[in-house]
Design a binder for this molecule. Structure first.
Ligand code: DOR
Ligand code: ZN
Length: 353
């Protein structure tokens, strides 16, 4: 039996495609092929490249590379160490938003000095998103600054009950605060760590079942689901000191459709979290005729080595899912079908800001 339904193309507001600098892990071609295979038609790429995107020059270099290689649409974030605020006026019209790391993660671009963090909130244009990696007390700091400077604040990859409760409270203050969760913090917990070993190493860390349940139970307070697709090679993940991050672009939609079949989430919520809210928060309009056809009845097993991502592994290896991406269309062109990408590098466009 098969049942084909149409969904608007997914917009993933948080990916790391590693290009330029670490193209042995991923690049704009392989990463956007992975996106299409997962029904994702637009990705927003993070600035923590090996040489971070902290200047107009680095940003425009990356934009050129993305424009030449991408097969799905894309947007780029600018990054900050708190000392590059002079660049903000030059880049603001070119990017989807500004990323600031208030906790340590891959690339070690943490901004620890609160004076610098404040300067960033003060300087970044108020109509463009500041997306923060903030956990625990750092969420309080971001919310305080948002209240003071009236920023458009988005808190990415919220994991714990405590952190989501802080955001739920802040939303009551009618500030412009939104948040997302990742599939891995919904579908994996610290109980999976023994078998995942280095493959389960991610920032923020996998949490308890009760934290994951709290996210599931409070989806109405969550604005987006974003993958935080963060590929590292098999060898790196098997090493003594594995880097943090896991791929997610190709597995997000099948996992969510499987959850629909178990009545854990509705299709309407999937559309709200992966399409409507990303457009609303980032203030852009997805182009016409950009959609995905999925078979909600087709069952298959996730296999790492068959994925489009260069890293060739998945933390969900061996999981049986129900819901398969069949065809993907962008701007009326069929871009993916029969497990194959049908367009050439450069088809993807930078979304208008
Ligand atoms: O686990 C993570 N990996 N979390 C992040 O926030 C960054 C990412 C990466 O770039 O590898
Ligand atoms: Zn990330």
């Amino acid at each position: 039996m098969s049942k084909i339904i149409k969904l608007p193309g997914l917009i993933d507001i948080h990916v790391h495609l590693r290009d330029p600098g670490q193209t042995y892990k991923e690049d704009f071609y392989s990463g956007t092929c992975a996106a299409l295979a997962g029904g994702v038609t637009t990705v927003f790429d993070m600035p923590n490249n090996i040489e971070p995107i902290f200047s107009y020059k680095k940003l425009t270099e990356k934009m050129t590379i993305a424009g030449q290689k991408a097969v799905c649409d894309f947007g780029l974030y600018f990054g900050t160490d708190g000392k590059n605020t002079d660049e903000f006026s030059k880049v603001q019209k070119l990017v989807t938003g500004l990323k600031i790391y208030l906790n340590l993660t891959t690339g070690k671009y943490l901004v620890d000095d609160e004076k610098l963090v404040e300067k960033v909130f003060q300087t970044w244009p108020k109509d463009k998103v500041i997306i923060v990696h903030a956990e625990g007390d750092k969420i309080d700091l971001a919310i305080d600054l948002c209240r003071k400077y009236k920023n458009k604040l988005h808190i990415t990859h919220v994991v714990t009950r405590n952190d989501l409760e802080k955001i739920m409270d802040a939303k009551l203050l009618k500030l412009s605060i939104t948040c997302d969760v990742t599939p891995h913090h919904l579908f994996l917990t610290e109980k999976d760590l023994p078998y995942l070993d280095g493959f389960g190493e991610v920032k923020p860390s996998l949490a308890s079942q009760s934290d994951a349940d709290f996210l599931w139970d409070n989806l109405k307070f969550i604005d987006c689901i974003a993958t935080d697709h963060a590929p590292h090679t098999l060898a790196e993940k098997k090493s003594f000191d594995p880097p943090s991050g896991m791929p997610g672009l190709e597995t997000m939609l099948p996992l969510l459709l499987t959850a629909v079949s178990k009545n854990r989430i509705s299709l309407e919520d999937i559309v709200r979290l992966t399409n409507i809210n990303p457009q609303r928060i980032f203030g852009f309009k997805q182009e016409e005729n950009t959609y995905v056809e999925v078979d909600t009845e087709e069952k298959y097993m996730i296999k790492g080595e068959e994925l489009e991502t260069k890293c060739g592994w998945s933390p969900y290896k061996g999981w049986k899912v129900k819901g398969k991406v069949k065809n993907v269309f962008i701007r009326g062109t069929k871009v993916f079908s029969e497990e194959k990408v049908l367009v050439t590098p450069g088809f993807g466009k930078n979304i208008p800001q």
